[in-house]
Design a protein around this ligand. Sequence first.
Ligand code: IVH
Length: 675
Amino acid sequence: MREDSHKLAAQAEKLRDEIDRANYRYHVLDNPEISDAEYDQLMRRLEALEREHPELATPDSPTQRVGAAPSEKFGVVVHRRPMMSLGNAMDAEEMREFDKRVRRLLKSDADVEYVAEVKLDGLGIELVYEDGRLTVGSTRGDGINGEDVTRNIRTIKSVPLRLRCPEHNKSKIPRLLEVRGEVIIPRTGFARLNREREEAGEPVFANPRNAAAGALRQLDPKITASRPLDVFLYAPGVIEGVALKSQWEFLQAIKALGLRVNPLSRVCRGIGAILEYWNEITEKRRELDYEADGVVAKVNSYALQEQLGEVSRSPRWAIAYKFKAQQAETVVEKIEVQVGRIGSLTPVGKLRPVQLAGVTISNTSLHNLDEIRRKDIRERDTVLIERAGDVIPYVIRVTRQGHPRAKPFEMPTHCPECGAAIVHEQGEVGYFCVNANCPARMRESIRHFASKGCLDIEGLGDKLVAQLVEQGLVKELDDLFGLTGEQLAGLERMADKSARNVLDAIAAARKTSLDRFISGLGIRHVGEHTARQLALKFRTMDALAAATEDDLLGVRDIGSEVAHSIREYFDEPRNLKTVKRLIKILEVEPPAQLEGRGAVRDKTFVLTGTLESMTREEAERKIMAAGGRVTSSVSRKTGFVVAGAEPGSKLKKANDLGVRVLDEKGLVSILARDS
Ligand code: IVH
């Protein structure tokens, strides 16, 4: 019996080691050794073992990342060493001055050795490892007191719950290791998160940083676990049990312990090398899968750091050299409210048009009332807007108040389009127009129905849709198919030929697939991915409309909220009537059986160069529709790099890493096989 339990314990420990190693290879080294399926297999075996023998489960087991129930509020963590902030340099001149000051204080004529790092635009955190085990994770807070977010940080896969032994030598694990770093959300994960939120009718995040902050401060670790958080570590706190002499040595040491460090950091001799590094990263910035706002130069030697000391909570041995911001000032001429397809209201700032990074910006989402209040944005105010990476522009702050100052913005009590009373739940962010006949909602529903990922009706532009609704020609989605040439020709700016083109496009769209039909309905929480799963499972619209919540819960990736929303949609007699009519009108192809084929499914694609037969957007959509993902940078985890005409450096990287490369034909053919 005892021997048995020894054996089982050893078995569990072996599985944990294998899983930790796989996590490390995947999340830290970006170089997995085993497939996702093998990983899942290991996890399932460990879970089963721990379920049968609960005494075997340890707190640092990989199965225990999301264990805890929601908490009421966060505790306080006092940082043993204050978490300092960094002084800024705005140009090369200020960087040279920084270097001069360093040399003056060190009384040195020789070049100083620096470590150059990317300045990540995320959230400062501290991790504490005691005897190799993660015991505390906290936010930076005010630098002295942070919040105890240990349970949330544990859900981040690139944070090891226990440190690796360098060269399997336990004595090399420090007794105490405090490391500081940044929690971020990669751009690709951010785009996906916002897409899902949009589908769910939830307010989108303005930028990855806000999304990361929101995720880290969730009281329910399950929610944090569902967000694509990642981490880079870059600074020491208190360390006991190992002696380190420099920042570079520190970075190498924590890397050997299994912590994730940024691969772009490097030693630079003299300020010239730092300026070169800045130029290089400025160039590369767009290709990085995370937001960066500059580079950081740190004097490498700890002895010299100590000699230099600090002033007012900033070290004299380090400085941040910010990128040139893509910012502009302009006036918010008006704040309008837009009504979405499911009735959610979004305040939008109408801007005096301004050039920003080569595009004219005249609108910006103001996201929601809380955000507007926090920044106190009012009509006629001058604001600073920013385009961070390829993210949509947003307002950073008010720089000059309008004169006379407008009243604070209020959400309307009635829908600006149809006048129906607005519904707002106390304590929730959202405001909704619940009038199903609201013309704005109808417009958005039609636009969605006709969009590329749904019925793909070409030529049905915003202006035309607005007229169709306004003239009462389309009251339900199925009315589109009853439109006549005369009706269209009677509309503004509609020549005979364009009317015919639109009718042809509508007729052509009758032939469609079940997943496009489902996603075209615009059911709350049902986007392209879910629609696909539903199509595979139910195979006809009639079957889907008849499915109970329990049936729906049996579908891959569908939880109770989504199941409820689908049922609610079909329970509404008006919706059901529209769907029944559409079933008669459309020629719906039955879905191909995709399971088990999938060269595309769950694979990551990176596109480079120009495609001929489709735009990049179309390619991305097709890949996603086939269950794949599209990201912007190539790593060993990339499944395929698709190289069009004049491919960039990504093709070289793919070849260097041995990632499979497809040309356009190759992409078309695997997509055809898969859909
Ligand atoms: S070192 C004593 N390195 O920038 C130096 N900070 O303004 C402490 N940050 O709160 C920070 N990337 O959140 C350091 N590679 C990097 C960084 C970095 C981003 C953030 C960090 C800190 C803020 C300082």
